[in-house]
Design a protein around this ligand. Structure first.
Ligand SMILES: *Cc1c(COP(=O)(O)O)cnc(C)c1O
Length: 224
């Protein structure tokens, strides 16, 4: 079995290859290693291998890891659904929140002492419980609220492709939503899309932020 270090190097090389295939510059891609449920030692190994961007999905797991690694040179990305009452605590250690999915999370960040970069999460499923906005109008309304908050730099849109659908169609839709957003907010050009199973298609459709877990870390331990 390849080590985490080996998998990091091989995924990074594959990302570079895929970028070349689509005429994209690999330096435009931020490869976020999603380390949820993995121990600090895995993140330390990845830091030694050269990884700098790490994604977590649950505050109670992420906060102690951020504490343990407070003196290391790394950037935390939050990719999971956020309870509004945890939003400010998350912003204390997180630089980039990928999962701004509703008004209450944005409103909770108005009084944050730490600025964050933020992505609007799109819901590509029929299940409203998944979080995220569905229509372009709802996306633009949430964008307006994010701008008004004054503590969030809007970077773009984020999405998880539905498991039972063609990721190409899903990411083409994400790209069209991104175009609508950038017409109103010219700086919000980033697209956070692509996980272990579908990051190649995400690159093809313009993803700037890949959130890759298991392909690099191996299977996740069962969450406590
Ligand atoms: C867990 C998770 C990922 C990583 O998923 P893998 O399939 O392990 O690559 C990416 N994005 C989000 C939002 C996640 O929750």
């Amino acid at each position: 079995m390849p080590s985490v270090t080996e998998r990091w190097h091989s995924v990074f090389a594959e990302v570079a290859e895929e970028c070349a295939k689509w005429g994209r510059d690999v330096s435009d891609i931020t490869l976020v290693v999603v380390t949820k449920f993995h121990p600090v030692s895995v993140i330390e190994e990845l830091l030694d291998a050269g990884a700098r961007h790490f994604g977590e999905s649950r505050h109670q797991d992420a906060a102690p890891k951020a504490d343990a690694l407070a003196d290391r040179d790394l950037t935390w990305h939050f990719v999971g659904q956020i309870q509004s009452n945890k939003a400010r605590a998350i912003a204390r250690y997180t630089s980039v929140i990928h999962s701004l999915d509703r008004d209450s999370v944005v409103d909770a960040l108005v009084t944050s002492e730490h600025r964050v970069d933020g992505f609007i999460e799109l819901n590509l499923t029929d299940d409203p419980g998944r979080g995220g906005v569905t229509t372009a109008d709802d996306m633009l309304r949430l964008a307006e609220r994010i701008l008004a908050a004054g503590t969030i730099d809007l970077r773009g849109v984020m999405a998880v492709a539905p498991q039972d659908a063609d990721p190409n169609a899903a990411f083409a839709h994400v790209a069209s939503m991104s175009e609508i957003l950038t017409q109103a907010y010219p700086n919000a050009t980033d697209i956070s899309a692509g996980m272990s199973a579908d990051w190649q298609q995400a690159i093809e459709h313009g993803a700037t932020h890949l959130r890759i877990g298991t392909s690099i870390t191996g299977n996740r331990p069962t969450p406590r």
